[in-house]
Ligand binder design. Structure first.
Ligand code: DOR
Length: 447
């Protein structure tokens, strides 16, 4: 009965090795009305669009749970169109965007404004973290359920912007309101203030991890775990950067989930600061290789649940300011997948584990119905990659408005060659196609 009108597909991905829930298998993927409707040998079934994917791997769409896209208020660094454009070119199909914009996303009006701005301009699916403050703490239970809300984000230590809930009383209030997993930037504000003298008045950026030292992160994570236990609230520790935190986190798997960035898995001090200076500056900092190795051990041991790029674009001029006036953050949404595929090629993790970290993991943690695996009935979000392609990452390739990457000049093995979002092909062979048609991500817990 192949080829009947009923079996016509909107999109047919032919002949790739598909990452299914029961392993890798050579198969075609048939897509209709935004969903995967058939897997297997689909022969010459008619389709509006056919992607010949022989020799390639089709992965469930990569979900980047931590990006800063700067709109509204800081569009000279990035906006929702340029940020999601970078995501699509990098093989990412959905992003959760952070609240430290101007104004910060702390209420219903700011969240609704971001959702409106994304309409017709987002190349990939998107949801927005809502920032916790002392003032909105009591309303978070209502706010976290609004459409388009990825959940609540807390800055325990100051970073870019002025969102901050640093003290135990404030954090306790935040954790007591609502039930979704709370995402936390865990650096201890008091210790950050005490130690600022190390860099105040000017220093080499290599001192960034000395000012914001390992204990700054460990102390915050320790406090957070105690507070989460008291509140019986699930928490998610973003961009974990130290060996000691991984030991702590492993003891609290009933409460906490763990995110790491490709930057922390790839770069190390002091070399990155010698080479990139303040362009390697981020919060929490890139640390010595001992920590990087511990992060890899935590990936291998199953302690890490997901990868977020912490895409945090700043212009070159801003980054060239003398440290510590230079802002913290590096772009990363476009390089997440190539960098991690290169780690797969080097044997640091398996392709299966990478998929667990970039699709199945976030889908499970954040409650995303119908996402995170390639299966009939699931949303057709696909990252199609060439595991053998050797390509150089360059500033020129970067679509983010900031126009640079810390990985310029790095040759990697493994490259995204097509991106499918909700059944629509949005990137093929390095070029965008179609129109921006990204939707708001739906969660089990949102309205
Ligand atoms: O390095 C960082 N940059 N860390 C953060 O927590 C914020 C981010 C930004 O928004 O620039």
């Amino acid at each position: 009965m192949r080829g009947t009108v009923a079996e016509r597909y909107d999109l047919l991905v032919k002949g790739s090795t598909v990452a299914t829930s029961s392993g890798f298998a050579e198969a075609d993927v048939g897509v209709r009305a935004g969903r995967i409707v058939a897997l297997g040998d689909l022969g010459r079934a008619p389709a509006a669009t056919v992607v010949d994917a022989r020799g390639l791997h089709t992965l469930p769409g990569v979900i980047d749970s931590q990006v800063h896209f700067r709109e509204p208020g800081l569009e000279h660094k990035e906006d929702l169109e340029t940020g999601t454009r970078a995501a699509a070119l990098g093989g990412v199909t959905a992003v959760f965007e952070m609240p430290n914009t101007k104004p910060a996303t702390t209420g219903e009006a700011e969240l609704a404004d971001k959702c409106r701005r994304a309409e017709g301009r987002a190349w990939v699916d998107i949801a927005f973290w809502l920032g916790a403050t002392r003032d909105n703490a009591a309303q978070l239970a209502r706010l976290e359920r609004l459409p388009g809300c990825a959940g609540i984000k807390v800055f325990m230590g100051s970073s870019t912007g002025d969102l901050l809930v640093g003290d135990d009383a404030g954090l306790g209030e935040v954790l007591a309101s609502g039930s979704r997993r709370v995402a936390v930037h865990a650096e201890d504000e008091e210790r950050l203030r005490q130690r600022y003298t190390i860099v105040a008045g000017g220093a080499h950026p290599a001192r960034h991890p000395e000012w914001r030292d390992a204990e700054t992160a460990v102390a915050a994570t320790r406090r957070l775990l105690a507070l989460a236990e008291t509140a019986r609230r699930r928490v998610h520790v973003l961009h974990v950067s130290t060996a000691e935190e991984m030991t702590l986190l492993a003891q609290h798997r009933d409460l906490v989930s763990v995110e790491v960035t490709p930057q922390h898995l790839t770069l190390a001090a002091p070399g990155c600061y010698e080479e990139l200076e303040s362009f390697a500056q981020m919060n929490p900092p890139i640390r010595e290789a001992r920590h990087r190795e511990a992060l890899w051990r935590a990936v291998a041991d199953g302690i890490v649940d997901c990868i977020g790029s912490d895409h945090a674009p700043h212009t070159r001029d801003e980054k060239r300011k003398p440290y510590p006036e230079s802002p913290s953050g590096m772009p990363g949404v476009q390089t997440l997948l190539p960098i991690m595929l290169d780690h797969v090629a080097r044997g640091r993790l398996t392709l299966q584990r990478l998929i667990d970290l970039t699709s199945a993991g976030p889908a499970r943690l954040f409650g995303l119905p119908g996402r995170g695996r390639i299966a009939v009935g699931y949303r057709a979000d696909l990252s199609i990659v060439d595991l053998n392609a050797r390509r150089m990452i360059t500033h020129r390739w970067i679509a983010s408005r900031c126009g640079w990457t810390p990985f310029d000049g790095l040759t990697v093995t493994g490259w995204p060659v097509a991106t499918v979002v909700g059944g629509g092909l949005v990137m093929r062979d390095g070029a965008l196609c179609g129109e921006p048609s990204g939707k708001l991500v739906r969660f089990f817990d949102t309205a």
